[in-house]
Design a protein around this ligand. Structure first.
Ligand SMILES: NC(=O)c1ccc[n+]([C@@H]2O[C@H](COP(=O)([O-])OP(=O)(O)OC[C@H]3O[C@@H](n4cnc5c(N)ncnc54)[C@H](OP(=O)(O)O)[C@@H]3O)[C@@H](O)[C@H]2O)c1
Length: 282
């Protein structure tokens, strides 16, 4: 035991000295490089005007908080006014200098025009448009009792994003701004029980990829494909229900799966926000 104490008495100070004189400078250098890299990677959004659809909960709500922390001004859109009020207040507390809420329905063309007009009336410009509002239905396609019940998915997820983008384009051209579109992993994989939802997200992908070419170089477009994020849309009960239904189909097409969540990559909400904010648009 004495030998151990004696050797530690000698070794520990020696290791500490080596660390401070040889490794610490490298550590500081690496931190400095990381800092400069982040300065390049992250756009400075302080003072920029950001309109977020579907800001009353989930991904949209947390995007508002991340932008607020970075000092952006916010225009928050969704149908639930009471929820928007809470998100707006929290965003102010987190550092946003000015937040307005514009309640309405993205599936209505007139509402979409008003979202943009009100933002311009209040802030005088628009820098980022975040098309996030969306809904899902988990139904086996042939089980729809009335096929028209699927219409809201396209109306909200696809048309809701395209209408508002149409009205935003002249203002985004002026500001050399950015459109961020929350699509879904479902745009790229066949997702049983969510055929119409997947189609709406795939339609967004093709639409905005085309728009990226038409609007280049004035307006940049970022398309985001989240995996499963814990929100109102994906409560544990909902996930269990969907994955049970899904497994029946995976079994039918002979895909060997040990896990109900084969298609899913669990994403921590905060990390996904950081990915969205840090992504450089094309
Ligand atoms: N959660 C996931 O795992 C996941 C994965 C991939 C993609 N996504 C996509 O991420 C986006 C956000 O979803 P979320 O998970 O955050 O779900 P959420 O918490 O249910 O949020 C959906 C948001 O959309 C708004 N919204 C729905 N219909 C609207 C309409 N007609 N007009 C205006 N706003 C409307 C809702 O607000 P009101 O009800 O107040 O209108 C709510 O703020 C969606 O586009 C979704 O498809 C989610």
């Amino acid at each position: 035991m004495d030998i151990l104490h004696t050797s530690l008495d000698v070794l520990l100070p020696l290791v500490s000295i080596i660390f401070f004189f040889f490794f610490y400078p490298f550590y500081v250098l690496i931190k400095l490089v990381m800092f400069l890299y982040k300065q390049f990677l992250f756009e400075n959004v302080a003072g920029k005007v950001v309109l977020i659809t579907g800001a009353s909960s989930g991904i949209g709500e947390h995007l508002a908080y991340e932008y607020a922390k970075k000092g952006a001004y916010l225009a928050l859109v969704a149908r639930r006014e009471d929820r928007l009020d809470i998100v707006a207040e929290t965003s102010r507390q987190l550092g946003s200098g000015d937040v307005i809420i514009i309640p309405g329905d993205v599936a209505e063309v007139e509402d979409c025009k008003e979202f943009i007009d009100e933002t311009i009336r209040h802030f005088g410009k628009l820098d980022h448009l975040i098309n996030n509002a969306g809904v899902t239905q988990t139904v086996v396609f042939e089980d729809y009792i009335h096929i028209q019940a699927a219409n809201p998915i396209m109306d909200i997820n696809f048309w809701g994003s395209t209408y508002i983008t149409y009205f935003a384009i002249p203002h985004l051209r002026k500001s050399k701004g950015k459109v961020i579109v929350i699509s879904s992993g479902a745009a790229n994989i066949a997702l049983p029980v969510a055929s119409v939802y997947s189609a709406s997200k795939a339609a967004l992908l093709r639409f905005f990829e085309t728009l990226r070419i038409e609007l280049n170089p004035d307006i940049k477009i970022t398309i985001v494909f989240p995996g499963v994020v814990a929100t109102d849309m994906t409560t544990p009960r909902c996930i269990e229900h969907v994955s049970n239904k899904m497994c029946t189909f995976l079994y039918r097409i002979n895909i060997n799966t040990n896990s109900n969540y084969m298609y899913f990559r669990a994403l921590d909400l905060k990390n996904s926000m950081v990915q969205i904010l840090s992504s450089r648009s094309q």
